[in-house]
Design a protein around this ligand. Structure first.
Ligand SMILES: [Zn+2]
Length: 409
């Protein structure tokens, strides 16, 4: 039991008034493990992926009773693995780092920018960051471009920065919002000034153990929370692989000092502030990709003169001219619902001859979302003229559908 809960019980035995009873009920509800936590500062980088499988990370997050986590990783693969596994639990952020150790070089590294721009073309995110940026380096060309991209793609800037760099980022574009990582490791008075001055600024409390522990909350931080009830949020910062295992402990530790705050304020800091900042952005950006892929599907259907009746629909796109014994590429597109666990493979047979191709082609996944699967089949080679048939095998959990398309070579 927390220190605070003990002190309330003492108070209750001495002055048994109704308000004190109400307070005890509220305190117990808040202090319990059921208070959801949003963890706005999780990394699942390449070495962490090697050490802890994504399933285990999701288990740890569920054990911590996380409402959701903002995850950004170097490289991006870890974030994508978690998002695919538990889309209801993960809000993906795009970190401009390909490997650990780029935090002092990325802002002058064209390749880091190219990497970020490439990922923005294929994936959707709620934030760019967490990146490290201090003082006037925020006005260098690459950080300026990152701010432009954030505005263009509706992304929060998750900045591990000093106050000077935060102000420069905010000044570059009137649309961008900044989530100030670790609240800049600044003192509560400065953080309060910054939040008062900038209405597009939020801050996470990752790695700020001085805020509170063991059921007590520092008075300076308590004052900051009361002054800015809607701007601060929690974060673990799993910047090394072993810290992933600290996520439940961090959540439990935060609950002990959150219990000293009024219920509404505790909930704000525990998860609502993060939710209100990130979830609308994520929902909008995630819906955008669905619309985009649905449009691709609609267009693909129109191009092939097919009308939608059943779902999913498979489209095979082969080149218009196919030469005997010349390799070519075929595209398979699947449009439907819940496609993430689905796979497709292409084969070609000559039904009259009872044989297929002499070589197995390579299957390369180009795009794969809930509603759209696009696979490039490379090295398809038909070794004789005559009547052929495409065979597309579409597998979903517990189901196999084979579609056939006749053609003459
Ligand atoms: Zn971090």
């Amino acid at each position: 039991m927390s220190h605070f809960a003990n002190s309330v019980i003492v108070k209750l035995t001495r002055v048994a008034v109704l308000t004190a009873i109400t307070q005890v009920t509220v305190t117990n509800a808040i202090a319990s493990d059921t208070l959801p936590i949003a963890d706005a500062h999780v990394h699942y980088s390449h070495d962490s992926v090697e050490m802890t499988p994504p399933q285990r990370v999701i288990e740890l997050m569920r054990a911590a009773n996380l409402k959701f986590a903002l995850v950004s990783s170097s490289d991006d693969r870890g974030t994508q693995l978690l998002t695919e596994l538990a889309p209801e639990l993960i809000i993906p952020g795009l970190r401009p780092y390909r490997r650990r150790g780029e935090l002092n070089t990325w802002y002058t590294d064209e390749k880091a920018l190219a990497y970020t721009e490439r990922l923005l073309k294929t994936n959707r995110y709620a934030s760019i960051g967490e990146f490290h940026l201090y003082g006037d380096t925020a006005d260098l060309p690459i950080p300026k471009r990152i701010v432009e991209l954030a505005a263009q793609h509706n992304l929060v800037l998750h900045a591990h920065s000093d106050a000077e760099a935060v102000e420069k980022l905010l000044a570059q574009n009137s649309a961008v919002k900044v989530l100030w990582a670790h609240a800049g490791f600044d003192d509560p008075a400065t953080i309060s000034d910054m939040l008062s001055k900038h209405d597009r600024l939020w801050a996470d409390l990752a790695f700020r153990s001085e805020v509170g522990s063991g059921g007590s909350l520092s008075p300076e931080w308590a004052a900051l929370f009361h002054e800015h009830p809607q701007r601060l949020m929690l974060g673990t910062d799993t910047y090394t692989p072993e810290r992933m295992y600290f996520v439940p402990e961090h959540a439990a530790g935060a609950r002990t000092w959150l219990a000293t705050l009024p219920e509404e304020l505790a909930e704000n800091i525990a998860w609502k502030n993060a939710y209100n900042l990130l979830m609308p952005i994520w929902k909008e950006n995630n819906a955008a990709i669905q619309t985009e892929t649905e449009n691709q599907c609609t267009k693909a259907l129109q191009d092939n003169g097919i009308s939608i009746n059943d779902s999913p629909i498979t489209i095979v796109k082969a080149p218009e001219r196919i030469e005997v014994s010349e390799p070519f590429t075929v595209q398979i597109q699947v449009c439907g619902n819940n496609l993430l666990d689905n796979t497709v493979t292409l084969n070609a047979i000559m039904p009259a001859h009872g044989h297929g191709m002499n070589y197995a082609p390579d299957h390369l996944i180009v795009d794969h979302t809930q509603n759209y699967l696009n696979v490039e089949v490379k090295g398809v080679l038909l070794h004789m003229p005559g009547t052929w048939q495409w065979l597309v095998e579409h597998r979903s959990p517990g189901n196999l559908t084979t579609s056939k398309y006749d053609f003459t070579l």
